[in-house]
Design a protein around this ligand. Structure first.
Ligand SMILES: *[C@@H]1O[C@H](CO)[C@@H](O)[C@H](O)[C@H]1NC(C)=O
Ligand SMILES: [Zn+2]
Length: 997
């Protein structure tokens, strides 16, 4: 408070003007003020049009887990690892904001703010509300966390943003709505994130990290502020996002860090005392401000005054910032043309908008990120592959859990099996999106904590699912879950003579899916929900599976059959044992196969090496040569003449561009029956693969098992699978962005600057979130992944994907641990299993195949088991929809919102011009959607569901060059409010009021 009045003495007119403009007259809070306080843009401090205005943005960057777990960070526990305690930061900042109404603070991570808010008294909450209402405390970004951009799937990002922004709206109303997206730390930036932020209603976006060459060029060209056109399909300005690159990462300028964790000199302003330094501080500050201004276009610049976990003792920062503002502005009396204000990113953005300039247009993305010549942050695309898979499959379970909570009604949350909820899983998934979570750049104990939270989420969802299925089937028989089917472990199916399996399909169209169950019998009968027999076969459990499951299960065989499940529904299959004993002797053959095929695909193998040799699509008559093998890059250990950078959790740096082959040949075993054909390849004690073709599948499955990576030779290893084909790729390949739109990648090339390539492998790696493809005029080979991975196309016709990494050195980006994953069950190093799905199509029709395929990989059926026979009145089949949605439409979200409303997101899952058939607008009737729910009311919302769609008004920005034709008519509606039309890549979000039919 004192500082505010001192400022009044220094610049009375300015301060008075400010009071009038901002309506901030409340000293103390809730005082005599008759004016209504304002938040948002109106609460910004006035600036001076004919001066250089410096926006000081006090902020803290609070990782939702990294070196410590999210809760250790919140409480300030384990300060021996890192001194950081978010609860104290918020306590201290609120105290300091109350002392001077000029002060500003932004807060970003709702996971922390929520924890803190819950523990405040109602009086304290009231005080904080007032600070928010006056724009003194402002939320930016506002999702549960600041998500990673390379390794997250859009479905989970939309969910975590929705959760954080909903809390802010419900707690603070419109003043809690962030205007700006703020991703100051993620290690590269995805175009799909920009598209999502635009559709969430943000006016602008700021970040800190980009390639050092890109930064240099942009500084010279004054293009650090730009307009990002983040979609090829959505009509501008729907996916246009104004983007600002911060001047100094997210740190304060050199010499101006006044946190307790910093050593810069405080402002010593008493001339009677020793070391008076005001003149020195002001001169240094003016020099920095003027130099920074040369790289930006307007007479406004931004300085981020804060950093990781700063402001625990906010007095240090604010006391010095008050003085800095006072003394720098006092120079205006002597002709200085620099004006300093407390500000926020949105206040800065507002000034850029007022400048009414045109901005450089960008249509590609900011991957990969390098901070110098040999330091490419492309390792984390693959780091911690097991956690990445667990996160992805957890998203699938969460969507199922959300849907069944809606379809089963309130009894799902409290029913025959007790209390279940989806909330635990929602929160666990939300923290897992953080840029040190699914990215794999956290310490080992923190990775374990994320996994534990997900497991906890699964448990609560399983109770909910059991309750919901009891309501929907009319049977309260106990449901068993088998979470370890991927390693052939399920005690029920291994021992039971009669059981049933229900397959829940979270997709809005019917899906056929293979099921493999661990069993010990040799012959079974399987019948479907109508009592019809289903073709089933028994095959022996492979050696690789026995080795990876260790002594967690003992099944000798797997029962394999294909199931079908209706849209948003389940189908139940009954299984009975016919015969015990070992598998039929003829089940496997040890000679090398020459080919396997079904009615769609044919795959051949080289009889000498056992490796794949060709792939043909029998419907289109296409055929390509295709060799696949496993290799490892020798991770740089830092002892290198060019640079001492080692490979680590973040950074990929092979010490040679030529990877070592793991084995020139594979030992093989073949299984061929009416349901599945597979060639089991064994390359080394730590690398094996199954090449698999189910009878009804249009995709070839490559199930890889890699690990423990040997390190007894003291060499770090980064294992890839490489597909070498006859496709003429001309140095190009394609990768998806966060699981949605696809970007073209060209070797040793960046679309917006002249790249000087310094890492021939790591500098050509890109994030693959759900798919990558290579193509020429005739053939497109698409690879759908089951988790995020890094990959590249280094040679003509070739596509490589990094599967697993094990490293012996830290890469000096702060995590301070080598990425060397072990566990209690795998003290010798983690073994990771996953699958790639390959589809070969004619390029114009390829999306018709890979869009649904990728969707099936993301949203998998959930299997539940019931031992013994089912009572005769059990409902065996159910669909939550009246009819399947059209092939172009994906049901992205169906989740309970409150008592009588549900949140629904419908998505057009094709890009424009991607498919002749499917890249067309498509209309869905909301009233005719659900089989069990009557839709009574509908309101459309923005993508993050924190604003009504018709209230979403964003700043308009003009690009420098705009060759685009005028946009087609924005999404309007067809005939009635119930009919919604989706254009390519459009996601529409609805709040539906519903009643059970
Ligand atoms: C924001 O929260 C308020 C208070 O709970 C609620 O009435 C309003 O509908 C919410 N707005 C949106 C867009 O959800
Ligand atoms: Zn961070």
């Amino acid at each position: 408070m004192a500082a505010g009045w001192q400022q009044l003495a220094v610049a009375p007119l300015f301060f008075l003007l400010l009071l009038l403009l901002s309506g901030v007259l409340t000293l103390p809070l809730g005082g005599e003020n008759k004016r209504t306080p304002t938040c948002g843009y109106e609460s910004c401090h006035a600036t001076k049009p004919n001066m250089l205005n410096v926006h000081l943005v006090p902020h803290t960057h609070d990782d939702v887990g990294w070196l410590k777990t999210v809760d250790q960070y919140f409480y300030g526990d384990r300060n021996d690892i890192q001194h950081a305690g978010v609860q104290y930061i918020l306590d201290s900042v609120v105290d300091q904001l109350l002392k001077n109404p000029d002060r500003r603070f932004i807060y970003v991570e709702t996971a922390f703010f929520y924890r803190w808010w819950k523990r405040q008294s109602s009086g304290e909450q009231q005080t904080v509300k007032q600070l928010v209402n006056e724009g003194r405390l402002e939320f930016v970004n506002g999702g549960w966390c600041m998500s990673d951009e390379a390794t997250t799937h859009y479905s989970a990002v939309v969910d975590q943003m929705t959760m954080g922004l909903r809390f802010l709206n419900e707690t603070f109303g419109p003043c809690g709505r962030p205007r700006v997206a703020w991703h100051i730390d993620p290690f590269g930036h995805a175009r799909e994130h920009a598209s999502m932020f635009a559709q969430m209603g943000y006016d602008g976006f700021f970040f800190g990290r980009l390639d050092y060459q890109d930064r240099t060029r942009r500084m010279l060209a004054q293009e650090q502020e730009l307009l990002w056109r983040a979609s090829d399909s959505l009509a501008p300005p729907m996916a246009d996002l104004f983007t600002g690159i911060l001047p100094n990462g997210y740190n304060p300028p050199e010499g101006f860090c006044w946190d307790q964790s910093c050593d810069d000199p405080p402002i010593r302003d008493d001339p009677d005392l020793e070391d008076y330094n005001v003149d020195d501080v002001v001169m240094r500050f003016l020099a920095i401000a003027k130099s920074q201004a040369t790289a930006y276009k307007t007479n406004h610049i931004i300085m981020t005054m804060g950093s990781d976990f700063q402001y625990e003792n906010a007095n240090l920062w604010y006391k010095n910032l008050d003085k800095l503002i006072r003394y720098v502005n006092a120079r205006q009396g002597n002709g200085s043309r620099v004006n300093v204000v407390y500000s926020t990113p949105s206040c800065y953005l507002q000034e850029l908008h007022r400048a009414n300039l045109t901005w450089a247009l960008k249509t590609d993305d900011f991957f990969p990120y390098a901070d110098s010549a040999h330091d490419f942050w492309t390792g984390y695309f693959t780091s911690r592959p097991a956690l990445k898979r667990y996160e992805r499959v957890s998203n699938s379970h969460l969507q199922t859990c959300n849907q069944l909570e809606v379809l089963g009604g309130p009894v799902s949350r409290n029913g025959p099996f007790g209390e279940g909820n989806s909330q635990t899983m929602k929160k666990a998934m939300a923290v897992a999106q953080h840029h040190d979570a699914v990215s794999g750049t956290e310490k080992q104990h923190v990775a374990n904590d994320y996994a534990r939270r997900l497991a906890d989420g699964w448990r609560h969802c399983q109770v909910l699912v059991s309750n919901s299925l009891a309501a929907l089937t009319g049977s309260s028989a106990k449901r068993i879950y088998c979470d370890n089917l991927n390693i052939s472990v399920c005690p029920l199916t291994e021992s039971s003579k009669k059981f049933s399996v229900s397959v829940y399909n979270p997709l809005a169209r019917p899906v056929t899916w293979p099921v493999r169950l661990p069993v010990n019998g040799t012959a079974y009968t399987v019948s479907d929900a109508k009592g019809q027999p289903v073709d089933c076969q028994v095959v022996p459990v492979s050696r690789a599976t026995r080795e990876v499951r260790k002594n967690r299960g003992f099944a000798i065989n797997e029962l394999v059959f294909q199931v079908q499940a209706p849209p948003l529904g389940f189908s139940t299959y009954s299984v009975s044992l016919l015969q015990d004993g070992p598998p039929p002797a003829a089940a496997t053959k040890h000679r090398a196969p020459t080919a396997i095929q079904n009615k769609f695909l044919r795959v051949t193998f080289d009889p000498d090496t056992g490796l794949l040799s060709s792939l043909s699509n029998l419907e289109t008559g296409q055929s390509i040569s295709l060799t696949q093998n496993f290799y490892w890059y020798n991770a740089s250990d830092g002892n290198n003449s060019e640079s001492d950078q080692p490979s680590g959790a973040y950074i990929f740096r092979p010490n040679s561009s030529t990877p070592f082959v793991i084995s020139q040949r594979a030992k093989t075993e073949t299984v061929q029956n009416s349901v599945v054909q597979e060639v089991r390849q064994w390359f080394a004690p730590w690398v094996s693969q199954v090449v698999r073709l189910y009878s009804d599948s249009r995709a070839l499955e490559l199930e890889w098992t890699v690990g423990p990576l040997p390190i007894d030779d003291s060499l770090g290893k980064e294992v890839i699978t490489r597909l070498d084909t006859s496709i003429k790729t001309c140095e190009m390949f394609y990768t998806d962005s966060n699981g949605r739109e696809v970007l073209q990648r060209k070797k040793d090339f960046r679309p917006t600057w002249n790249l000087k390539q310094s890492e021939p492998i790591a500098g050509n790696y890109y994030p693959i979130n759900s798919r990558a493809f290579i193509k020429d005029d005739k053939d497109q080979l698409t690879v759908v992944t089951d988790r995020s991975q890094g990959g590249g196309s280094i040679h003509n016709g070739s596509l490589e994907i990094m599967l697993h990494r094990r490293l012996l050195y830290d890469d000096v980006r702060g995590v301070a641990e080598p990425l060397n994953e072990t566990s209690a069950i795998f003290p010798e190093g983690l073994v990771v299993r996953g699958r790639l799905l390959l589809s070969l199509e004619r390029p114009p029709a390829a999306a018709d195949a890979h869009r649904p395929l990728a969707q099936e990989a993301v949203l998998q059926p959930l299997l539940t088991f019931v031992d013994g026979g089912l009572s005769p009145d059990t409902r065996l089949e159910f669909s939550g929809l009246q009819a399947a949605l059209p092939p172009a439409v994906h049901l992205l979200t169906l989740t309970q919102w409150d008592g009588d409303s549900v949140l629904l997101r419908l998505e057009h899952q094709f890009q424009s011009r991607e498919s002749r058939v499917n890249s067309q607008p498509v209309t869905v009737n909301l009233q005719k959607l659900f089989s069990t729910l009557e839709v009574i009311g509908v309101s459309e919302m923005n993508l993050s569901a924190n604003q009504w769609k018709d209230e979403m008004i964003r700043f308009a920005w003009t690009p420098q060059t705009d060759s685009e034709a005028p946009p087609p008519k924005a999404s309007g509606d067809a005939s009635s409010t119930w009919e919604v039309t989706l254009r390519p890549m459009e996601i529409r979000t609805f709040l539906l009021r519903v009643a059970l039919r």
